[in-house]
Design a protein around this ligand. Structure first.
Ligand SMILES: [Mg+2]
Length: 409
């Protein structure tokens, strides 16, 4: 054997670095999707780019931050140069690995779509309970169980790659394990960022469900539902309101409002909620820093480390405001001492919704774990009101397919 034989490659290699200006539309799910033979509604191009941008963008930020969640900025700069993290590094045995943040965002999306199926078929639904039920399917993927057993049906829980432990938050695991009903509130006072990091699909869902209503009404619905889904695991008002704020922002950006307008409207909703002071102060600080000049890691550090919800959301808002594009924004959001995967995930959600899927460089979409599943969920969140299901709809192959994909409970 020649002395120069290459070493054994254990991890998937990252894709060849592409020009950061290159763009892509993430491939669809058609190859593995039997429903394309049925009348599967297609998202409009305008929705597809923002909905996929949100779901895929969040996962990109999560995957960029995952390897450095527990590293300081000084350590990152010493290892990687003054720019710190700028591409995927190995984590969990591969490049482009997502964490619990994205896993739970996917189950948030699944729960919301099943809630819609439930209301379409039965005429009634308690949305947070159905989302709470979905979180118990996620708990099952973590090989944990609650007092109450979830229904292990629908397509998402059949995705084998989701059965992977990616350092999930203790608060969330404990709150879900103690569950005796699907909609039960936890007995904790946590304001960790676990509610905000998974909430973006609520904004997309409300933007589609309430289409035709005013942006402010849609954002208010997203805010309230986002806070209610965070309340499934986090007992502190700030953990809930910061999540509501993100959901409202995503809804407004999905509706194509300009960023500053969206921030103003989301803030106007926040200020009317009791217990808003902490979240409001953090978000206002982010807006002031963004107005103070060029994006800087030192400004991110002034906002905190992102372990608690108001800091994580403030960092995401700062990066979205300060950065010129998606690439710069998510890098800014993960290069700090704190909870890099969660701040990356929330910033990625906001930046992806704002700039669209085509703004995400191919070096991030290529090799991203579960990217096709994320794109599929985004498309379902963009089309669900057009599904052929409902109390007064005939049972067809297409309706059976949708109700198997998203069983109405
Ligand atoms: Mg995580």
């Amino acid at each position: 054997m020649p002395a120069t034989s290459p070493p054994t490659v254990r991890m998937k290699q990252p894709p060849f670095p592409a020009d950061s200006a290159a763009t892509t539309i993430v491939p669809g799910t058609a190859a593995r999707d039997t429903a394309t033979r049925l009348d599967r509604p297609k998202p409009t191009p305008a929705r597809r780019r923002r909905w996929r941008g949100c779901m895929v963008g969040g996962a990109v930020g999560d995957a960029l931050g995952a390897p450095v969640e527990f590293k300081s900025l000084d350590e990152m700069r010493a290892e990687l140069g003054p720019g710190g993290v700028h591409g995927y590094l190995p984590a969990f045995g591969r490049y482009g690995a997502i964490t619990d943040d994205t896993q739970m965002a996917m189950f948030t999306a699944e729960g919301l779509l099943r809630a819609y199926a439930c209301s379409a078929v039965t005429g009634t639904v308690d949305v947070p309970s159905v989302v709470g039920h979905a979180y118990l399917r996620w708990l099952h993927t973590q090989r944990e169980s609650a007092t109450i057993a979830p229904a292990l049906d629908g397509w998402l829980v059949r995705e084998k790659a989701l059965f992977a432990s990616r350092v999930p938050g203790v608060t969330v695991i404990d709150a879900l394990r103690a569950r005796t009903s699907f909609g039960e509130r936890p007995r904790n006072t946590s304001k960790g960022c676990g509610g905000a990091m998974r909430v973006a699909p609520v904004g997309l869902w409300c933007a589609r469900l309430d289409e035709g209503m005013s942006p402010d009404r849609i954002a208010k619905h997203a805010f309230e539902l986002g806070a209610d889904t965070a309340a499934l695991t986090h007992g502190h008002p700030t953990g809930q309101l910061a999540a509501g704020y993100v959901a409202a922002l995503v809804a407004l950006l999905a509706l194509e409002l300009p960023l500053h307008d969206a921030l103003g409207r989301a803030t106007a909703i926040l200020v009317r909620r009791p217990g808003h002071a902490e979240t409001m102060a953090a978000v206002e600080h982010a807006r002031k820093l963004a107005a103070a000049g060029e994006p800087r890691a030192e400004f991110v550090a002034r906002l905190g480390e992102g372990w608690v919800a108001e800091e994580a959301v403030a960092i995401a808002v700062y990066c979205t405001l300060a950065a010129a594009d998606f690439d710069a924004g998510v890098r800014l959001a993960v290069n700090h001492d704190g909870d890099s995967d969660s701040t990356g995930a929330i910033a990625g959600n906001l930046l992806g919704t704002l700039h669209g899927i085509e703004s995400i460089p191919t070096r991030f979409t290529n090799g991203l774990e579960l990217v096709e599943v994320l794109a599929g969920l985004a498309d379902d969140l963009a089309t669900f009101p057009a599904w052929p299901i409902g109390q007064f709809q005939p049972a067809t192959d297409a309706s059976a397919w949708w109700l198997d994909r998203y069983p109405p409970h």
